[in-house]
Write a protein that binds this ligand. Structure first.
Ligand code: SF4
Length: 363
């Protein structure tokens, strides 16, 4: 087996085997990796042209009721940056991001009890916030509030959310149980299926370098397909101060790059992010070169907002901004998509998902 044969089979429409996927994920030979990344870029070009979508990130509350072992914002971590931004602060950041040219705003929080453990009042606070950001900016929204009750999902959509992002991080239940303490695997999974039924596009995520094997990753890729996730992301684990995994050796990001490229082969027309939240600006080119077509975690400087895995990296000096990434896009032969282009993509995705759901119900 070699990379040329695998890529040829993929081009012919053959279903790639477990062994072929493992071969690509484990690639270390520079020439073979180059061939894989080249093919991923060709597929991206075929499906999206030279345009990439840009997502602004508003991490509006870092309070969380959970204790995920990999996360710096787990409730037990006294060393975490902890804040809950006011409505005004959130709107100001949202408008700044809009004015800078992002295509979408990602409203993210930890599972903050202020919103999620205060019954209807808390849910209404969340919905009101989503409505206000939508109204003020007119931009498409992704919401990442963690697990919410199923009955809240249609209201998220109604308030203006297009996307519901909820990462499993791994689809191997035993590893999941070690990472996401006391959060039932099945509940998390089913919430995403429900979100799709209520007209929300779903983003699924995979964390790598956190005890996952190649077989775990292949299983995750298959599950992402099953879920019908419209956006699939992978990020390398970054050890966080004050957490049980603080002293785990940080791995290289080469597996993340292989995963991005394999995702592009398997999911040619899905959105695949290049996150600034792992290696900051210096890691952007390699992720785009591996076939990503969305830049995520753009954060306005001086807004007092954190990233997730890299809570401060490259934020203060404005490198994680639309302007800051322009030279990298140019070096990759890419350019920022317009809001109109993103809205068109979104419209088609919503309509396709809606048709797929109808088919699912009628089967
Ligand atoms: S990963 Fe999310 S749910 Fe888990 S502790 Fe961090 S913020 Fe909370």
């Amino acid at each position: 087996m070699n990379i040329k044969q695998i890529l040829f089979r993929n081009r012919c429409g053959a279903e790639l085997s477990h062994a072929e996927l493992a071969y690509m994920l484990e690639l270390t030979d520079p020439a073979e990796r180059d061939a894989l990344f080249r093919e991923a870029r060709r597929i991206r070009q075929q499906n999206f042209g030279p345009e990439v979508f840009l997502y602004g990130f508003v991490y509006f509350s870092t309070y969380c009721r959970n204790g995920c072992r990999f996360c710096g914002f787990r409730s037990q971590n006294r060393q975490s940056i902890r804040y809950r931004r006011s409505r005004e602060e959130i709107l100001e950041a949202a408008v700044r991001l809009k004015d800078s040219g992002v295509n979408l705003l990602d409203l993210t929080m930890g599972e903050d009890p202020y919103y999620l453990n205060d019954g209807e009042r808390g849910y209404e606070r969340l919905l009101e916030l989503i409505r206000a950001v939508r109204e003020e900016t007119g931009l498409p929204l992704m919401v990442s509030p963690g697990i919410v009750p199923e009955r809240l999902l249609p209201y998220l959509r109604e308030a203006g959310a297009d996307w519901y992002a909820l990462y499993q991080e791994t689809h191997t239940p035993a590893l999941y149980d070690r990472l996401r303490l006391d959060q039932p695997y099945q509940e998390r999974w089913e919430r995403k299926l429900s979100a799709r039924r209520y007209g929300l596009l779903v983003e699924e995520g995979l964390l790598t370098g956190v005890g996952d094997t190649t077989a775990d990753q292949i299983h995750s890729l298959r599950q992402m397909e099953l879920l019908g996730a419209r956006q699939v992301r992978t990020m390398t684990f970054v050890p966080q101060k004050g957490t049980p995994l603080e002293n785990v050796q940080a791995g290289s990001c080469s597996r993340e790059l292989n995963l991005i490229a394999v995702m592009r082969l398997l999911f040619p027309n899905r959105l695949i992010p290049a996150s600034l939240d792992v290696e900051g600006l210096q890691g952007l080119k390699s992720r785009l070169d591996a076939g990503a077509n969305v830049v995520t975690s753009l954060i306005p400087p001086d807004a007092g907002l954190a990233g997730v895995a890299q809570s401060e990296k490259d934020i203060g000096d404005g490198a994680r901004t639309v302007q800051g990434i322009q030279p990298v896009l140019a070096r990759c032969g890419l350019r920022a998509a317009s809001s109109k282009q993103y809205a068109q993509w979104l419209d088609v995705a919503h309509r396709q998902d809606c048709r797929n759901e109808r088919k699912r119900v009628s089967v």
